[in-house]
Design a protein around this ligand. Structure first.
Ligand code: F6R
Length: 607
């Protein structure tokens, strides 16, 4: 959600800034801009629209820049519509900034600055920070930055340049992500590692409130009082090819194809003696035995993975699980206690609501266990225990492989919990684990059956609205299927527990309305089949997603989508693939912007 970059080196920086911004465009894409040290001035070029349609043509008009240091931004609007004026960088002739996050007290700061004679031209909260920096600047940039951040409330990361301090960049973060990358004779600033992977894999992670002073020769870190800090250099495990499309038309399709490998990478290192183990993060069987309740909190797809977790944990570990949406959890005074475990799920590890939920759990004294895909992210660092899901960078805004590995984490957790609590034997635990390790192959088989998804897509692409139904784990999965479709194809859809339809929603069914029925749970199949009959007899066009082994005649539905078989409990890992791919091909047929759906951004760092 908004991407920030910075470069200080010896090469012309314009191309590097634009390339890095393009790598971050999944964080926001309604406007973009750069500000660089050009001669003895700060030169800003910014434009509404995507980088290719807005910023790049504008830079071409401006002509070649010779600057070797500057900052850049790609925006997801929070305050003020997408426009040239509201685009970042924002500032004046002396100071220019790019900002990710929200300044909650910007109105009060703005009034103060107006009383000091400043005027404002944008509708952004960011402009107050730029003007406050200008107000606090008396010749020493570090002093100006520390004085300014002392006044700011909210979550933010900032990169700042001062005209009088040529080729130096100041960066600071509070909750919103920021890294400082190091190269040879050049330094980088970015919201996340994918932006700069083609230049370096070495990076520093500033903590909240720390200030980085960057020039081509290196970085110095300061605390809020201006004291110099020592920091550890990290090396990213991801390589640059992981963040490129590699011949696929869209990142989403590439990431769907990466799921077998992502799953294998996430599972294999955690299997010890034939069963999942969480010793690596300090979660012992004794702890697992003692927790009273398990809370699982996340947003969107991450929360849906938690729903799968709930069904599986309650089934095999017989432990009560409360799944909550992070934005609800934090404001509803949840009944979590210090005897409970709070499981936090997040791909980015930066989602603001999820991070707040984690902090709330910690304040109450619950143990916290995070499953994150980005090592070193805020949630990874904040949680007492953290497990890294190893999907590699997920670039498409629409999550696929990250959801897959989040589910994998939930299975491993459920199995270990069940074993620790004695609700399954060691043999049973090993048996499930062996089957879990077979799922990457089944997922590959599902991916290879793409014609069946394309056929369904061609038939639902003109629908105005549709329903997903399922029961038990199939219901948990339907939630994810419905989100995938609406997110990228803009067709309205809802997911419903099959048995609940007749209590109101069935009135929506009319002739030709598509209903996607997920029916992979053997014991629930007859029940879902009845629900299918109910909607068919009211004119619905039914897509039935079922196992290869299900004895279903062609007449059971308008379209059958068949899946390879595994244990009921593990079917969601397999069955999510058709739901992802039907959504993908439908969006493709509708010519939607698949990797960057309208109004959305990856990594939602504002509440
Ligand atoms: C949907 C999607 C979102 C994210 C949600 C949480 O395709 O990607 O619903 O799952 O914004 O993001 P993370 O996992 O980064 O906390």
């Amino acid at each position: 959600m908004c991407g920030i970059v910075g470069y200080a080196g010896q090469r012309p920086c314009e191309e590097i800034l634009v390339r890095s911004l393009k790598n971050l465009e999944y964080r926001g894409y309604d406007s973009a801009g750069i500000a660089v040290f050009e001669g003895d001035r700060l030169k800003t070029v910014k434009a509404q629209g995507s980088i290719d349609n807005g910023l790049v043509p504008k830079l071409e008009q401006v002509g070649q820049l010779s600057a070797v240091a500057g900052i850049g931004h790609t925006r997801w609007a929070t305050h003020g519509e997408p426009s040239d004026i509201n685009a970042h960088p924002i500032g004046n002739a002396r100071v220019s900034i790019v900002h990710n996050g929200i300044i909650e007290n910007y109105r009060r700061l703005k009034e103060f600055l107006i009383s000091k004679g400043y005027s404002f031209e944008s509708q952004t909260d960011t402009e107050t920070v730029a003007k406050l920096l200008d107000y606090n600047y008396k010749g020493d940039p570090l002093e100006a930055v520390t004085a300014t951040i002392a006044e700011l409330e909210g979550a933010y990361s900032l990169s700042i340049i001062f005209r009088e301090h040529k080729n130096k960049i100041y960066a600071v973060r509070k909750e919103s992500p920021l890294i400082v990358g190091t190269g040879k004779g050049e330094m980088f600033i970015a919201s996340d590692m994918t932006a700069i992977l083609e230049y370096t894999r070495e990076y520093y992670l500033p903590e909240a409130g720390e200030i980085a002073e960057v020039d081509k020769d290196g970085v110095t870190f300061y605390d809020v009082h201006g004291n110099v800090l020592e920091k550890e250099l990290n090396t990213a495990e991801w390589d640059v090819t992981a963040a490129q499309k590699g011949g696929f038309e869209h990142f989403m399709l590439k990431e769907i194809h990466e799921q077998p490998a992502a799953l294998k990478n996430t599972l294999t290192p955690r299997i010890v003696d034939g069963m999942p183990s969480f010793e690596e993060c300090g979660l012992t069987d004794e702890m697992l035995r003692n927790y009273k309740n398990v809370f699982i909190v996340g947003c969107g797809s991450a929360m849906h993975a938690g729903m799968v977790g709930k069904y599986v944990i309650e089934e095999i570990a017989r432990t009560p699980v409360i799944v909550d949406i992070a934005s609800e959890f934090q404001y509803r005074n949840p009944l979590i206690t210090k005897d409970d475990l709070l499981v936090i799920i997040s791909q980015s590890g930066e989602t603001a609501d999820t991070l707040s939920a984690l902090k709330l759990g910690k304040r109450i004294g619950a143990d916290t266990l995070a499953a994150v895909n980005v090592a070193g992210s805020s949630i990874d660092r904040e949680a007492k225990m953290s497990v890294k899901t190893l999907a590699g960078p997920e670039i498409s805004v629409c999550s696929t492989k990250a959801y897959m590995v989040q589910c994998a984490f939930m299975y491993m957790f459920a199995l270990r919990l069940a074993y620790a609590r004695g609700t399954i034997t060691a043999d049973k635990c090993r048996e499930y684990t062996a089957k879990l390790l077979e799922t990457p192959q089944l997922i590959q088989e599902c991916i290879d059956r793409k014609e069946q998804y394309q056929r369904v897509a061609a038939n639902i692409m003109n629908a105005e609205s549709l329903l997903y139904i399922g029961r038990g784990l199939d219901y948990a999965l339907s939630m994810e299927g419905s989100l995938k479709l609406k997110e990228i194809s803009y067709i309205h859809s809802e997911s419903y527990a099959g048995g609940e339809l007749k209590h109101g929603t069935i009135s929506l069914i009319e002739d030709g309305m598509p209903v996607i029925a997920v029916a992979t749970q053997t014991s629930l199949y007859p029940k879902t089949a009845s629900n299918v009959e109910q909607v068919k007899s009211r004119g619905a066009k039914v897509v039935l997603v079922c196992r290869d082994s299900a004895e279903v005649g062609a007449e059971a539905a308008d379209f059958l989508v068949r899946l390879p078989d595994t244990d009921d409990l593990l079917m969601p890992l397999v069955a999510v693939v058709p739901l992802q791919m039907m959504a993908y091909y439908t969006a493709l047929d509708r010519e939607c912007s698949i990797d960057k759906p309208r109004n959305l951004a990856k990594s939602v760092t504002v509440e």
